[in-house]
Design a protein around this ligand. Structure first.
Ligand SMILES: CC(C)(COP(=O)(O)OP(=O)(O)OC[C@H]1O[C@@H](n2cnc3c(N)ncnc32)[C@H](O)[C@@H]1OP(=O)(O)O)[C@@H](O)C(=O)NCCC(=O)NCCS
Length: 181
């Protein structure tokens, strides 16, 4: 199979005409999501899913939802503080959750996951953040895909654990830092 030309990847929102019988990624959970749950979730306004196609074939997808993050789960330097003191100004802060992200197994390790992640961050920073307050991006990586996020160079940081000895599985990007540093 020839290498995918990233410039030729097409993005479109999920709709009722899409068929995923041929789509297969290495996560059963994500195969089940795109086949059985994505459209229903979208119709219920719980998430929006975007499909990435190459030569008429779906090669990956991402789904996004509005979410919130508790200040105690953020690193000290990422918390918004009161002007007059060092105390957190808000106990809960707005974010977008990258709920699902997958690339078809036969197209893995060609940069498509990175392309999808960058596209999602572009949408969040250029559209969401310019119309709705949103300071963080969150994600709950599967163990086997952790490196994909941590080595992206985008500043994914592990959330603080609520209980000692029980590390958080969620990661986040501080968009304020990403856009202003
Ligand atoms: C994780 C996933 C999205 C990566 O997609 P991909 O198109 O293969 O990723 P890319 O080619 O863009 O990889 C970019 C970088 O991420 C890292 N990476 C990607 N897959 C990796 C893996 N399996 N192990 C270690 N590092 C990995 C590498 O640093 C890679 O750069 P390199 O190829 O130059 O070394 C894809 O493997 C997938 O869909 N897996 C199953 C579903 C899943 O786990 N989704 C994430 C759930 S939150």
């Amino acid at each position: 199979m020839a290498a995918v030309k990233l410039d030729d990847i097409r993005v479109e929102p999920l709709n009722t005409n899409h068929n995923f019988s041929e789509f297969y990624c290495t996560s059963d959970d994500l195969n089940d999501f795109i086949r059985n749950d994505a459209l229903r979730e979208q119709e219920c306004m719980l998430s929006r899913t975007y499909l990435f196609s190459y030569e008429e074939e779906v090669v990956g997808f991402v789904s996004l939802s509005a979410d919130s993050v508790g200040a105690p789960k953020l690193r000290r330097e990422d918390v918004v503080r009161k002007k007059s003191s060092d105390r957190p100004a808000y106990s809960v802060l707005p974010c977008v959750l990258i709920g699902r992200l997958a690339v078809a197994k036969k197209y893995e390790r060609q940069g498509i996951g990175k392309y999808i992640l960058n596209w999602a961050i572009g949408l969040i920073t250029n559209v969401v953040c310019k119309s709705v307050g949103c300071r963080y991006i969150t994600v709950d990586p599967k163990t086997e895909s952790l490196q994909f996020y941590t080595e992206s160079g985008l500043g994914f940081t592990q959330m603080e654990a609520f209980k000692p000895g029980r590390p958080e599985t969620r990661y986040y990007i501080n968009l304020y830092k990403l856009l202003n540093d």
